[in-house]
Design a protein around this ligand. Sequence first.
Ligand SMILES: [Zn+2]
Length: 140
Amino acid sequence: MTAVRVGESECGDCGRPVELIAGQVASEGLRWWASYTCAHCGRMIEMDGWGIPEASFREAFLRADGTWGLKIHASGSQAVLALKLLRAELGLSLVETGRLRDRMTGVVTEVTLAEVRHLQQLLGRSGVETSRIRLDAEHG
Ligand SMILES: [Zn+2]
């Protein structure tokens, strides 16, 4: 689990600028954490949670580890099962699920590295074969 610099935030105690770092990991679910240590008053803060973190954290993870695409190698009932699992996990509407079904032969969703690992674990537990590809490899 690598720590990624999210950017500058404000110390909850003294209000001075602090450097916020965060990380994301797929291990029996999708988890994130964030922390800072205030260089001015010494205050240490740690936060964590489950699921998709707030946008500024995700942007930092995407910058650090790249943007990843999930591919599903399934047909018939396995493909239906994959859609059902993704719909529940990503909170998709029926329309969004329909769009996802239309993309089943390509990249179904573009997410962070930990998120794609999490989706692969989730689908893999139900026997759905998946792979991941890095979508922004050209940019380092
Ligand atoms: Zn402080």
